[in-house]
Ligand binder design. Structure first.
Ligand code: PMP
Length: 362
């Protein structure tokens, strides 16, 4: 351990959940409902399965390292140039590329309390210094974040919607904030859950539309959530051509595999799948929040495909009880939210299973 860089010495490996099959064996249950990782409950688009099948025939060859076709399709859809897109092995990869490219050892990066856990991990892996601002109503306090920017700040992260709280920033506040950020600080707007935000909400933010005004802005998005490709690992950043050039300098060759590229392209063309997923999510959101209301539980209003629900005490025991009932949710103690559980929105029957299990164990 002592041989690792100082930042890495302070890290511990990411603790992912156990495989479902192992849990089924351990708990002696035939059926387990997983509402723990904000995945798309619909399963993949049928178009994706056909595209993956076709791409599988070519797995002896390296993928297109530049992701030419996928970038062209994304550029077309987003109204940007292909030179503004960086593809990653999930948006997680992109977040790490950004951190590696812009953080120097000992220099600082700003993010909010309760924000997505990968930010502190990525900053620390680069031996950067984290500046964490206090949350406001569980969400990002943009004024506090602007005030926290130090002379040595190189990077700033905003998750919108944020995981695990589901909170969003409104457009006017974000623009006001971006106007205050010095031009030499790179701002990452992590829009992993962008597609779930109700477009009817006038205040909602579309980071891509802001790029022309803020050359220091990077927007990250993913195919893991609303596009249902979590296992294939495809995410992307949209930024100025200059930032994109920098990110491509640190990107590993062939970082997105050929099946992932083909699948992403296929699902991007399947608008019906996206719309169906959004509808299932909106209905599930209603079902779960009504269920929580009936149970007298409070929760943080969420714009994503998950909800952080509050309980009277630490949720470690409750999490285990729900597991015994065959429902996996996500404890969020590492987010300084020991009394919350994050539950992903599932299909109607899965949501019912969660509500029934809660009724039983509470
Ligand atoms: N950003 C946020 C806010 C997330 O919640 C996640 C997934 N948990 C990611 C980025 C990374 O997702 P992926 O690497 O699957 O694109």
């Amino acid at each position: 351990i002592a041989l690792a860089n100082q930042g890495v010495q302070g890290l511990s490996p990411y603790q992912a959940g156990k495989p479902i099959e192992e849990l089924q064996r351990e708990l002696g249950l035939k059926h387990i409902v997983k509402l723990a990782s904000n995945e798309n409950p619909l399963g993949p688009s049928p178009n994706v399965l056909a595209a993956v099948d076709k791409a599988a025939a070519e797995i002896a060859r390296y993928p297109d390292s530049n992701g030419f076709e996928l970038k062209a399709a994304l550029a077309n859809k987003l109204g940007v140039a292909a030179e503004q897109i960086t593809l990653g092995n999930g948006s997680n990869d992109v977040l790490e590329l950004i951190t590696r490219a812009y953080i120097e050892p000992g220099k600082s990066a700003v993010y909010s309390q309760h924000a997505f856990i990968v930010y502190p991990l990525a900053i620390q892996a680069c031996s950067g210094r984290s500046i964490v601002t206090k949350a406001k109503d569980w969400g990002h306090d943009l004024n506090a974040m602007a005030d926290a920017i130090a002379d040595d700040t190189q990077l700033l992260f905003i998750a919108n919607p944020n995981n695990p709280t589901g909170t969003v920033v409104d457009e006017a506040s974000l623009v006001n904030f971006l106007d205050k950020v010095p031009a030499n600080v790179v701002v990452v707007l992590d829009e992993a859950y962008f597609e779930y935000v109700e477009a009817s909400d006038d205040d909602s933010v579309d980071g891509v539309a802001l790029l022309k005004h803020y050359p220091n802005l990077i927007v990250t998005r993913t195919f893991s959530k609303a596009y249902g490709l979590a296992a294939l690992r495809v995410g992307y950043a949209i930024a100025s051509p200059e930032i994109t050039d920098v990110l491509n300098r640190v990107r590993a060759p062939f970082n997105v595999n050929s099946m992932a590229l083909a699948a992403a392209q296929a699902v991007l063309a399947d608008d019906e799948y996206l719309q169906q997923g959004r509808q299932v999510n909106a209905e599930g959101m209603k079902q779960l929040t009504q269920g929580f209301d009936t149970l007298g539980l409070t929760y943080i209003p969420s714009a994503g495909n998950f909800i952080a629900v509050e309980f009277a005490t630490d949720t470690a025991e409750l999490y285990q009880k729900l597991l015994k009932e065959g429902v996996i949710v996500r404890p969020v103690g590492i987010y300084e939210m020991p009394n919350h559980l994050r539950v992903s929105i599932g299909l109607e029957a899965e949501n019912t299973a969660l509500l029934d299990a809660l009724k039983k164990v509470l």
